[in-house]
Design a protein around this ligand. Sequence first.
Ligand code: G6P
Length: 368
Amino acid sequence: VAAEKGGYKHFMQKEIFEQPQALSNTLLNRLPLDAESIPLDLPFSDADLRGLSRIHIVACGTSWHAGLVGKFLIEQLSRVAVEVDYASEYRYREPVIQPGTLLIGITQSGETADTLAAMKEAAARGARTLAICNVMGSTATRQAEATLLTHAGPEIGVASTKAFTTQLAVLTLLALKLGEVRGTLDPDLKAGLLQGLRELPAHLERMNALEPRILQWAQRWKDADDFLYLGRGPCYPIALEGALKLKEISYIHAEGYPAGEMKHGPIALIDKNLPVVALMPHDAHREKTLSNLQEAAARDGRILALVTEGDTGLAAIAEDVLEIPAVHPWLAPILYTVPLQLLAYHIAVLRGCDVDQPRNLAKSVTVE
Ligand code: G6P
């Protein structure tokens, strides 16, 4: 087993650090050269894709968070309305499937019982089905009409890491493809996002340098009772994912919240004992997020801020600021995930938790 960990202490740590390579594999042969169309291998015709009226995404756990980012990207780039459901809810809510509905099941393992059942339910009601999956030949890939593989390589740690960031990359490609075929994609935006995707593995590589600072912050806050994670726009689901990671492996209670919703509840919890992890890339939401965080700081919240390199907006109020390479704002979710994985990982290790096999959790939940 030690050899399988390739010199790392835990599979989770290995899988976090494998992300630059995993992302490269995900993107391999899927980025167009020059003005070509996006070479995404789908059995649907362009007419099928143009005829889509609605997309339903179903998933569980971390994959559900990928679905929320996917909704943002698909709606922005292709103007198809997207709903995201927990698979366990969807399967029992008699979903309304109109003609032209595509159901996307996102599942690392391809074996999660609720996700498989939700996909079946939608297919029975007439939806076309697509699986975004990491395991070739898994039940989801056999059940769905179409599959996009994430190519992250085997993920052993129970808490999902590289499967998540590669799901985000596949969803970005899919959103671009839909936008391209449907004629809603601005050529400059397309070029910018594709260039951003090409540069992502190198940017991810640079994230490793943040680890010493993250470790320091982990040491300071490892005994906290609660954590709050805040983000907006496509980084709101990343706040949810950061909180889930921490809960899963360190057993510290954590909540992710859209920063703008903080005033409707969580702000009541904020005091000097509450670490607040804030995601504030330099995007259209920055000013709003900044003012939300000023509110948190005014109530003594202890802020760990993740900002775009060179952004000093939080310097005066945050306890620590991690500078993240500048990327297209819609690719920020992929980058901003990594420090949150590392934070959860180090806190869990410092607390003596079994990082790869957290109590009560299973890698894939094949029963209801
Ligand atoms: C379990 C795992 C999570 C995972 C979820 C969905 O709860 O512990 O890490 O996100 O299942 O798994 P799937 O394989 O369907 O993505």
